[in-house]
Design a protein around this ligand. Structure first.
Ligand SMILES: [Zn+2]
Length: 112
């Protein structure tokens, strides 16, 4: 009677996966379907691996302890994108400096 669990094979499978092979390629090498490879990888990661450490969250406005200026620096897709973070004006989302920019009213717009 053959055992259905073959730890060596799972080991090999995980090794191939770690080498960067696609699940389809691993399946070809081990004689498994792609879905079987994925299933085994999933199970082995559930039972044998520590959960991946969480990436330290990027500092953004939600992590400031108090209210902070929401003036954005850079493009949101930029890895260096951040908010000003200075103490905002009361009742405003921006610090004094940025509130002055944000709330410029077009003077005499309708004067002419
Ligand atoms: Zn600011």
């Amino acid at each position: 009677m053959e055992t259905t669990r073959t730890p060596e094979r799972v080991e090999r499978l995980a090794q191939l996966f770690a080498e960067g092979l696609s699940t389809a390629e691993i399946g070809r090498r081990l004689g498994l379907t792609k879905n079987a490879v994925i299933g085994r990888l999933y199970r082995s990661s559930m039972t044998r691996r520590e959960p991946a450490p969480k990436e330290p969250p990027r500092r953004n406005v939600f992590e400031f302890s108090g209210p902070s200026c929401l003036w954005p620096f850079g493009h949101p897709n930029d890895p260096n994108f951040h908010f000003c973070g200075a103490r905002p004006e009361p009742g405003k989302p921006y610090c004094a400096e940025h509130a002055a920019i944000a709330y410029i009213r077009p003077k005499d717009q309708n004067a002419a």
